[in-house]
Every structure is written in C-alpha cells, then in structure tokens.
Design a protein around this ligand. Sequence first.
Ligand SMILES: [Zn+2]
Length: 340
Amino acid sequence: MTLKDTLKKLTEAYGPSGEEKEVSSLIIGMVKDNADDIFEDNLGNLFVVKKGKGPKVMISAHMDEIGIIVTHIDENGFLRIAPVGGISPRLLVGQRLRFNSGLIGTVYHEKLKELKELDWSKIYLDIGAENLESATKSVKIGDLACLDQPFKEQREGRYMAKSMDDRAGCAVLVEVINRLNGELPQEACFVFSVQEELGLRGAKTAAYRYEPDFGLAVDVTLVGDTPKAPTMAVSLGKGPAIKVKDSSVLCHPAVRRFMIDIADENCIPYQLEVLTRGGTDAGAIHLTREGVPSGAISIPCRYVHTASEVVDKIDLDYAVTLLEKLLLSTWPGTEGLYSR
Ligand SMILES: [Zn+2]
C-alpha cells in the first residue's frame, strides 16, 4: 500500500477523541505482519513493538481527531453541540458532521446581528429529524461526531483531507514500521495514541507503561506560508520540521541534535520549528517518571483543525526517511551533550 493510500484510508476513518477504535483497527491491519508485538492499554493506545538491543525509544502519533459532542436535542429535533478538542464554531458552519453510526448532519447558526456573535450557543446541527422523538432514535446526548470530508489529491503530491492532524503522523509511522526489518540498534515502540486533542492524555499513560529512554512525537505543525499568516519559519514542501519548542515541550537538545545529525548525514531537507501555540505528545512523554529526553518530527500542514487540512508528499516522504534512518542509528544518549 502506498503512503497516499494509507493516508486516504486513515483520514476518512471516524475517530474523534475517545472513539479511536476504527482507526486503531485499520492500523493493526496495516502493520500486523511486520510487528514483533502488538497490544493495547486500558485507554485504547495501540502499541506496536519492533525488537532491538539496547535502549528503548517510544515514537508517538495520535489517532484521535477534533470533533463535537451532542449536548441537547430540542422538540423539533435540532441538536446543540460543544467542541471536543480545539475546534472553532466559525469553521463548522456549512460543514457536514458524521456520527459513528454513519448518520450525517449539517451545521448552521441562528439569526445573528453581527458575525462576531457566532459562538457555540448560536450554532446547531440538523440531522434531518422531524422532532425530538425521531431524533433520539438515532442520536443520544453525549454522542460524538467528526467532520465528514473525503481525501483529495489537490494536485500531484498535495493532499487535502480532514484529520491530517494526526493521521498524517500515523501514516508516517505505519510506513516506517513496514520498511524496517531485522534487528534494530534499539527497541522501538510505535504508539498510536488516544485523546491527544484533549490534552495529550493517551501519550501520558503510554509513556508511563513503556518507560522509554527517549521519546519522539510525529505530528503536524502550523505553517507561515499563506497570505498574511502569523509569522512562522515553516513552509509546506520544504521538508519535515525538527521541533525546538511548542507550548508543551522544550525539546531535549540531545534529541534535537541526534535528529539534525541524521538529517545532515543523509541529505534530508528539514526546517526548525518553534510553535508559539499548541502542543504534542512529546509534551506528555518528556514529563513521564523521572523525565524522558524527547523531541518531535513535525509535518507542515495548512489549515490545521479545519475540514480541509493540507500536507505535501515531499514533507511526508522525508519524514519517513528521517524516522527510518534515526531508528537504524544508535541513540548517543545525553552524555557529552554540551561539549558537542
Ligand atoms: Zn495533532
């Protein structure tokens, strides 16, 4: 299966935070022939282990996506909703939402004097029900839904879909798992984590269980290359970004150095990323137990947390190569770090 096919399958799957089962089953099917061990934990994190000698590395990509939760159903069968993860009501108007059952609704808003009044209390979801009774036959309070958009190749190598955040990261991990064979210089545990969008929850218990010697997250990051975008030194199509800092983590200099050295040695283009808002699983991993040196490989992505997130094949391909080469190299540890 090509990376594009993997990405299409994963991004079209249903998986708001807490309901990642469909994504996790797809991933198991994609990697089971190339894993030394596969297991899940109590929260639903999926662990895929490739055996190796020496230290242990955990590589995390989250399976969950942003979504909504049903908070109220009125007598005419219209639903009120609240966010699950960082999603804006403005970006939902006119969008279709899909429940796990396959039921589709469309989002609109009440009459507004000014557009700035648009908040969660003003929007509703129309599922085509005639009244409360018929609505409750298919939807209950607390049900979740995700965006409903097909995967598209906008032009060659430019991919658009919902939930690129972070199925793009999941697809990179799947590709690397299937490429690596033979014994690795360190044991690698690929964690497909749950509930990242609610505050890095899955990665927290996964890292506690696995006790890695160092950790990596693979997730999307924002870019500064669109009209009047907030200034940011990351663009689409210039290679994966090696994270320096975001709101959840200051990446350990030894991990950063390791990634940069591997990229340089293998002529892999990369960008350096400082994300001033937002976090990723590395934020949870590095605070585990007595501390775990952690870093992240970021995939540049336009329009993060919308129904049409855009990534570039060049960045994905080089992210795969960087991660693969990294896992085939021996982790130098943190000693002698500042003398390098
Ligand atoms: Zn993410």
